[in-house]
Design a protein around this ligand. Structure first.
Ligand code: HAM
Length: 416
């Protein structure tokens, strides 16, 4: 019969891979609460309109990458391509703003984008996502970025770079957009790719972000947002950078950093690595002061980021991949000892030890081979003699030492 395979771009995570994800989640759960972030779990499925209205109908995500389908009542549903929109929906729907002036949430889980799969780019991928809602002050931006760098710093990722830019606000961005569009229109159209010629009309800032070398080259001298900010945006951005400097967080200003989602205002940032090929952005985020009101909520500003867990996993050191060693491998040496072995394994687990009970009864030699393969610290053998004496043979797999221990004392012996 033909085999059924996983959908392209949807991966299975075996325990070695899960071990990396677990380390990331543990680091997140350790760092984020220090900044008063709490975990929010939102649904994977939302009404499509939520993403169209928040991410923007002109973005690649909404135009080509969403998993969208109609339910049995013909309502259009979408598997979340990112977490921010759902967090905003929950925040508005539950009236959180009326109870708290500042709300901080983190979300960990799968996202779905129908992109061309390649190294570091999946159709189902996982994000660790943080949102801070309420403050407009630059300290919130700096604090969030410090938190992100603190979190990433715990994962042994090798060299990474924080890139930062400001996209201005509704006061100054429209004039800059016009200036940039006029500048782009003054170029020979043939020097830009087809996507850029279209973006020039719909979203000229995105032209700056194009990865096509000729587009990059021809737009190298384009006017930059930071030279055209209003005084409020400029002083906000200066304060963010001042705090980062004071905290010793290195950054690079990247005038071409415009991000692929439409909701951003003012501070935007990405963390990039040169060690995973073309998909080098391991985290991205920014401020979105108009997003909540555009979704029908109150005028509440916000800022957030998301890290791609598959990309972090590619950078994490190999040793993190090795899952913890079990404490024991326990085997009955003949049929009569199976019940006692089963009970002993359960007692050991009840005492907080981790390990495997051999289900098959094998020879001592073959049992020891299995014990070795399991990477357990101790092999425990229970034969008829041990059964009669109420003991178990405990073999230290590192030193090779072995001795009989009474069964009730086995847990204490292993812990010692
Ligand atoms: P984003 O830049 O679209 O931002 O995604 C954030 C991160 O998710 C990327 O830097 C990357 O590491 C990872 N990522 C994105 N697409 C894929 C993919 N197809 N395969 C693997 N990893 C991927 C957002 O999603 C915003 N919601 C971030 C944010 C939160 N902004 C404010 N709050």
């Amino acid at each position: 019969m033909a085999q059924i395979q996983a959908i392209k771009g949807f991966a299975d995570l075996f325990p070695e891979d899960s071990a990396l994800f677990l380390r990331m989640e543990q680091a997140a759960r350790e760092v984020f609460p220090r900044y008063a972030f709490g975990e929010l779990r939102t649904p994977l499925l939302e009404y499509t309109e939520l993403f169209c209205r928040s991410i923007g109908t002109e973005t690649d995500v909404v135009q080509k990458e969403m998993y969208t389908f109609a339910d049995s009542r013909e309502r259009s549903m979408t598997l979340r391509p990112e977490a921010t929109a759902g967090v905003m929906r929950a925040y508005i729907e539950h009236g959180v703003h009326a109870r708290e002036s500042v709300s901080k949430f983190f979300t960990i889980g799968p996202m779905f984008r129908h992109e061309r799969p390649q190294k570091g780019r999946m159709r189902q991928f996982h994000q660790i996502n943080c949102e801070c809602l309420g403050p407009k002050e630059p300290e919130a931006d700096a604090e969030l970025i410090c938190m992100l760098m603190d979190f990433l710093g715990r994962l042994d990722l090798g060299e990474i770079t924080l890139q930062i830019n400001s996209l201005g606000c509704p006061n100054c961005r429209p004039a800059y957009r016009k200036l940039l569009r006029d500048w782009l229109e003054s170029l020979d159209p043939s020097c830009l790719c087809e996507d850029c010629r279209r973006r020039m009309e719909t979203n000229p800032l995105r032209v700056l972000d194009c990865k096509v070398p000729t587009c990059k080259e021809h737009t190298a001298k384009a006017p930059v947002m930071l030279d055209h900010q209003c005084p409020e945006c400029a002083s906000h951005f200066d304060a963010v950078l001042r705090h980062l400097k004071a905290q010793g967080v290195p950054f690079e200003i990247n005038h071409r950093l415009v991000r692929g989602l439409d909701y951003y205002t003012r501070t935007t940032f990405e963390v990039v690595s040169n060690n995973i090929g073309s998909q080098g952005s391991i985290a991205g985020g920014g401020r979105y002061d108009g997003l909540i009101s555009s979704l029908g909520g109150p005028e509440v500003p916000g800022i957030g980021f998301a890290c791609g867990m598959e990309r972090l996993a590619l950078l994490m050191r190999e040793e993190s991949r090795i899952s913890a060693r079990p404490d024991f491998y326990l085997a009955a040496l003949d049929e009569t000892c199976r019940d006692a072995a089963f009970n002993l394994a359960q007692n050991l687990r009840g005492s907080g030890l981790a390990g495997t009970l051999a289900f098959e009864t094998r020879s001592v030699k073959s049992t020891m081979r299995q014990a070795d393969k399991s990477r357990a610290r101790f092999a425990l053998l229970l034969g008829p003699d041990e059964l009669a004496a109420g003991t178990v043979v405990v073999k230290d797999m590192e030193s090779g030492e072995q001795r009989a221990v009474s069964q009730p004392e086995a847990a204490a012996a292993l812990k010692a």
